[in-house]
Design a protein around this ligand. Sequence first.
Ligand SMILES: Nc1ncnc2c1ncn2[C@@H]1O[C@H](COP(=O)(O)OP(=O)(O)OP(=O)(O)O)[C@@H](O)[C@H]1O
Ligand SMILES: N[C@@H](CCO)C(=O)O
Length: 320
Amino acid sequence: MAVYTTVSSEALGVFLEDYDIGAALSCVGIAEGIENSNYLLTTPLGRYILTLYERRVNAAELPWFLGLMQHLAAHGLACPTPVIGHDGEALRQLEGRPAALTTFLPGRPVSVIDTIACHALGAGLARLHALGRGYEAERPNTLGMASWAKLLAACGDAGEQLRAGLTTVVSDEICVLVAEWPALDRLPRGQIHADLFPDNAFFQNDALSGIIDFYFACTDFLAYDLAICLNAWCCPDDARPQQALIQAMLDGYESVRPLEDGEWEALPTFCRGAAIRFLLTRLYDWGHTPDGAVVTRKDPLAYWRRLMAWREMAGVLKRG
Ligand SMILES: Nc1ncnc2c1ncn2[C@@H]1O[C@H](COP(=O)(O)OP(=O)(O)OP(=O)(O)O)[C@@H](O)[C@H]1O
Ligand SMILES: N[C@@H](CCO)C(=O)O
């Protein structure tokens, strides 16, 4: 459940006066998600998503995220489009939080991840990367490789409590990854989603109908974004990567943007890195979620198991 901030009908009424979408017919909190408060808002003009930004999002960076969504939507990607108010702005305040309205996307996350979904997702990710090229402003990846050692330290003994020896293995792995990580100018970089998990991709009739939740988007290696998706989509039961799903996603991606030789070479490193990134943020949340918070913590060990599997299975990431 993620509704951290309650919106009163009075405050909502005042908020909506800044737009041309009419008054609220209903505004219902959305249970999914862990980062922000989301409401499904219905007005006479249709459905919208009202987001109040809560946790890891830095308010100063919101114009960059909203600008990226606007750019991608304008260039044909099915993603939420920020709704602009009378003052020309998409971002304003509601109940003391930064808040924005975006368009509602039809579709649902897939209930079973299969090769059809992985192929479609791979192609959609490559399209996102291609369309992102025209959005010039850069946003560094604040959860990138350079942040991991510090994040691990901030997790304190949460790792040891979950699994004896975890902290040392992860710390050693970070050192290996730092040494292996490609130099910035070696591989294609651009705007990446950086959190394109199955709950952030909507499907209708087996086709990808929309991509949501751009609030970890940043400028980084494009193939690293693919590695994030290989972790999030291709490991059924949160365990070992499955060859058929991986192949489908890579084929889908390459049907839009073929990978360069250097990207193929870096993919095993990026897959281990992506596993570390989500292991660390989940571990941090494991130790820092306040008692009684209405949010479901995600299992850090699911990404520990992926990390262990990628260490043994680099071979499945070779060009077919
Ligand atoms: N544009 C949209 N159209 C339709 N539904 C949406 C849209 N944006 C968000 N939702 C709904 O709200 C839920 C939460 O949104 P979102 O994933 O952006 O939240 P979050 O708190 O940032 O989550 P996460 O934990 O994935 O970072 C989604 O699972 C979806 O059900
Ligand atoms: N997708 C992330 C949570 C949202 O950022 C995870 O599953 O750990």
